[in-house]
Design a protein around this ligand. Structure first.
Ligand code: ATP
Length: 462
């Protein structure tokens, strides 16, 4: 079975996971809308993150901050000055590229070794590499590029009725800054002592030069970020702790070792303020891609905000009688990216008889968009089946399907990743039992209707 993006994108559209954005107007490049199943899947992923990182975690609390922030925020964070990608055009076909990506792709194709990560290279060094290696344009194959220039990735807009510089605001390019500017507020109202963390889930916007690979890289996306504040000198321990925590989260939700790799940044690749950074990558059908960036950001962010805002952002440890600017460990995960990873990981085509292939999504039950399919064997049995549906729907997202033969209905539920189907048949009317069928093994089991509540109680936990 070959797992391709074409198959996954087609299934996503056909079954209601993800549609192309604004489709009736011919679309808008690289925008996507989550459909009836996609919204459930994405909500389940976000809920699973919130559950483990915020609800069950003794150290952390959550916030939900505004997308529009005082522009001074972006001066302090460095986004206004330095959040840009190296842009280059092909003079022949006028296609536009990121210079660093062309170099990386060229090196991968021709097995060329690079001097550290291209992320850390200067513009001159990139240009030199492209000239020395005679790197061709990926679109037309010619060798005639413009100079490299920096392109700021922030989306700009105006607040209020006049469109002038003093009304310029930016759509946030990450959720983290809402957390930093509220550090004191949250510390006071939650009465947390260091070490503690603040998490947030929400939209971010980046005017990416080369979006693509379905929902992997888009200009509007959602992030799940934690900023964990700790005492200086304890940062590397906490860095290791959160790195393992993130790996464990992915694994408990069914991600396999061979689909994941952990890539530590070497010295040249590290941002100037970072002591350690790791990417957790996933093997997508198009290759390895970053899912999660985990960084030791030292005291950079709070110090910057303290300097620019003039507000005191230090923390006083009344046990040790010391005052300091906390260090920060930041695990930052893209919600859309990890949803795509779970979708790719779940996708399977299984041969279950001669020439008989079923498409199935092996989602972890906690992530499955539909938890239980309720299927009356015949429409004559709808009344009894509907009662079960109504009862279970109070707790789980269920689907009621009375159309077509039962085999086809099972296959449809397999294809959307429903872990359990309940079949209500003629015997159910007298023995008060139903058949529960499992998606992965296709085994079946008879269960009393009165036991269903207890039966499912531990089936969707993780
Ligand atoms: P990349 O190198 O892929 O552009 P990055 O290193 O700039 O990513 P971060 O700024 O560390 O990414 O953002 C944290 C996480 O947010 C990423 O690991 C990714 O999961 C997600 N993310 C970042 N940019 C996008 C995007 N354009 N579309 C979807 N998700 C994104």
């Amino acid at each position: 079975m070959e797992k391709t993006m074409e198959k996954i994108v087609a299934l996503a559209k056909a079954r209601g996971f993800v549609y192309p954005g604004s489709e009736i107007y011919g679309g808008l490049a690289n925008t996507w809308d989550y459909g009836n199943l996609g919204v459930e899947l994405k909500n389940n992923v976000k809920r699973a993150w919130w559950q483990k990182f915020i609800m069950e975690n003794q150290y952390n609390v959550g916030v939900d901050c505004a997308i529009l922030m005082n522009p001074q925020t972006w001066v302090a964070s460095g986004h206004l000055g330095g959040f840009s990608d190296p842009l280059m055009d092909c003079k022949e076909c006028h296609e536009r590229f990121r210079a660093d990506k062309i170099i990386e792709d060229y090196a991968a194709e021709y097995n060329a070794t690079l001097d550290g990560s291209v992320d850390g290279w200067s513009q001159e060094k990139m240009k030199q590499f492209i000239e020395d290696n005679n790197v061709p344009c990926p679109t037309c194959g010619k060798h005639n590029f413009t100079d490299i220039r920096q392109f700021n990735l922030m989306f700009k807009t105006f607040q209020g009725v006049t469109e002038d510089a003093k009304n310029t605001v930016y759509l946030r390019p990450e959720t983290a800054q809402g957390i930093f500017v509220n550090f004191k507020n949250v510390q006071r109202t939650s009465r947390k002592k260091i070490p503690f963390g603040i998490g947030q889930v929400g939209k971010s916007f980046r005017n990416e030069i080369t979006p693509g690979n379905f929902t992997f890289r888009t200009r509007e996306f959602e992030q799940m970020e934690l900023e964990f504040f700790c005492e200086p000198d304890t940062d590397l321990e906490w860095f290791a702790y959160w790195k393992q925590f993130c790996i464990d989260w992915l694994k408990t939700l069914g991600m396999k070792d061979e689909e994941m790799r952990v890539r530590d940044h070497d010295k040249e690749e590290l941002s100037f303020y970072s002591k350690a950074t790791t990417d957790i990558e996933f093997l997508f059908p198009f290759g390895w891609g970053e899912l999660w960036g985990i960084a030791d950001r030292t005291d950079y962010d709070l110090t910057q905000h303290q300097n620019i805002s003039g507000q005191d952002l230090t923390y006083f440890d009344d046990q040790k009688n010391i005052r300091y600017v906390p260090y920060v460990i930041e695990p930052s995960l893209g919600a859309d990216r990890v949803v795509l990873a779970f979708l790719c990981a779940a996708y399977d085509e299984e041969e279950i008889g001669e020439g008989d292939v079923r498409t199935v999504l092996h989602f972890h039950p906690a992530l499955a968009p539909v938890k239980i399919g309720v299927l009356p064997l015949s429409k004559k049995l709808n009344e009894g089946a509907e009662k079960i549906f109504m009862e279970l729907s109070r707790k789980y997202n269920c689907e009621f399907d009375d159309r077509g033969n039962i085999g086809k209905r099972y296959r449809r539920q397999d294809e959307i990743g429903t872990p359990f189907c309940i079949t209500y048949d003629f015997e159910s009317e007298t023995d008060n039992c139903v058949t529960v069928r499992f998606r992965d093994s296709m085994d079946q089991e008879r269960v009393a209707i009165s036991d269903l509540d207890a039966y499912f109680a531990d089936k969707f936990t993780f």
